[in-house]
Design a protein around this ligand. Sequence first.
Ligand code: AMP
Ligand code: MG
Length: 649
Amino acid sequence: MNKPTAPDSRAGAEQEQFLTVLSREEALARFESALFPRKPPAEERLLADALGLALAGDVVSQGDVPPFDRSNVDGFAVRSSDLARASEGSAVRLKLNGEVIACGTAPKLSLIEGTATAIATGGPIPRGADAVVMVEHTHPAGDGAIEIRRSATPGNFISYAGSDIARGETVLRAGTQIGSREIGMLAACGIARITVVKNPRVAIISTGDELVRPGEMLRPAAIYDTNGAIVAAAVAENGGEPFFLGAFPDDEAKLEAVMRDALSRYDMLILSGGTSKGEGDVSHRIVARLGKPGIVAHGVALKPGKPLCLAVCDSKPVVILPGFPTSAMFTFHDMIVPVLRRLAGLPPRNDAHVLATVPVRIASEIGRTEFVMVSLVEGDSGLIAYPSGKGSGAITSFAQADGFLKIDALADQMPAGTQVDVTLFTPHVKVPDLVIVGSHCTGLDIVTAPLAREGLSVRTISVGSLGGLAAARRGECDLAPIHLFDDKTDTYNTPFLMPGLELVVGYRRMQGIVFRAGDKRFEGLSAQGAVRAALEDPSCLMVNRNQGAGTRILIDRLLGEARPDGYWNQPRSHNAVAAAVAQHRADWGMTIAPVAHAAGLRFIPYAEEHYDFALVSARRQRPVVQAFLHALASSDVRKALAQAEFRPA
Ligand code: AMP
Ligand code: MG
């Protein structure tokens, strides 16, 4: 095994790599030209084992389908010339031949003038016959004969040999992905084995000291390995056979051993994490010495995804995806899928596109092609593409998006109202039935649960109360959940409504002081008492809320002029406050009761917050809105809310 290079020479090499940030197109071109052309290895497989694989060559039918002229109905094979004079007023009598042609029986007798032969659907047409008459259009005439009162054109109800698939016809093209329909075609042609492109065996490795396998306990400062599962699934979706080898710490020697072993046993290697310039980022250093030609691109002008590293080591693709799951997923789909599909013999993915309007200005970094995940909703005048506001660290920004839009590398923004092309993640647009934009709350999931059970899709987009109100005013949603406190009138929500919006009363959430069980400073005190106690202890650290939050106004009232340590730590959610206290990063803060108790914290009630809905009046009569209002008022939902520590109003 190679020894790790000295730290100073390493730093130099790295800087060089990041100085040459390539455009997306240039990086992909270098990657592809280091890998292709190559003839993908093929293998013969039974039809049943070929599902999802790509055909290595065209498939030509060796026979006709159907193999003989065949009846499409139950009835009688006839000579059409015998029926030329048949009509309602004049019946033609045909003598029955002494056989019945069932499916799978070859006819023995020829059909001569003035005769007919009984035939079943799928039966072979006998010699001499040129049409079939449906049994419903005949009458038994006794004495082994039938009567027919309508004429038949030649070819009536006959499927001719080869009319479905002709001998010598190309039934499937190379590169076709084998699905159930293709398997049906091949079986009809009598084909049992086909030659398919061997699907690339792809080794997947997650890297990072902080990673824990899903299903195991999280230790402090650790997170679950998300990329391993995502990449494995995405590899399988695009023609590869995934082998997830595990999540490994950033230990250069151990990781190198794992990577070298993987490279020797698999066709492709995909890592995630450890590709940026951070202290513990070792993967790309190992890749640099894994084989020739080595790294072809490290640093791509993409957002998300700049640290992407592409390499070819001894003719096998080696990729390091950025660590953030959204960046990893995005770069995988944009940069790795084209190569993986080519290796698997599949044609490029054919993404669907739609036009939509962006409702808000989207800022963008100059110099990087920026991809923004969007959620699609139906607005008053066409589709609206809501940018996911959570950034590249948020898994939901990718998983809950319908697609993405692209902002040019040279643009510093995309103005509100721009019509854009959205690339869809699914073949069709699926706009949700009910759109809720505003402040999110776990209680809301309780209210919308009955709608989901009725098959109605609900999309909640979390943009905070004010963002929700703006969206409602622009007609981009049905409802905006809000909890806005008006300092002047000491009331919630109503003062913030605008024309066209009406208030639907939701439920109350108790806000109060949280602290860890056993913290004697706060036990048994009122909210005011607890804050006084906190202010008396200079080692006591608080966690605040962001400016604009109703909870923040309450905190400021309790604090008066005081600005204790931790005041400037201002997360934007009730959950973040609870996490800070639970993890000893702060000793107290203000959150809501259900969140405090879910985090295992003690809670001192202080004041109720009103979580209501601004309803777009013009949308009130929509059946799905009615279903929502009905659910909100139902006793089941009210009971469930109360159980979860919300107080239905
Ligand atoms: P890195 O590229 O290793 O610097 O990682 C960037 C960020 O992505 C860090 O916050 C990592 O904790 C996170 N990260 C890296 N790998 C994973 C993974 N497999 N699953 C979830 N998050 C990850
Ligand atoms: Mg890392």
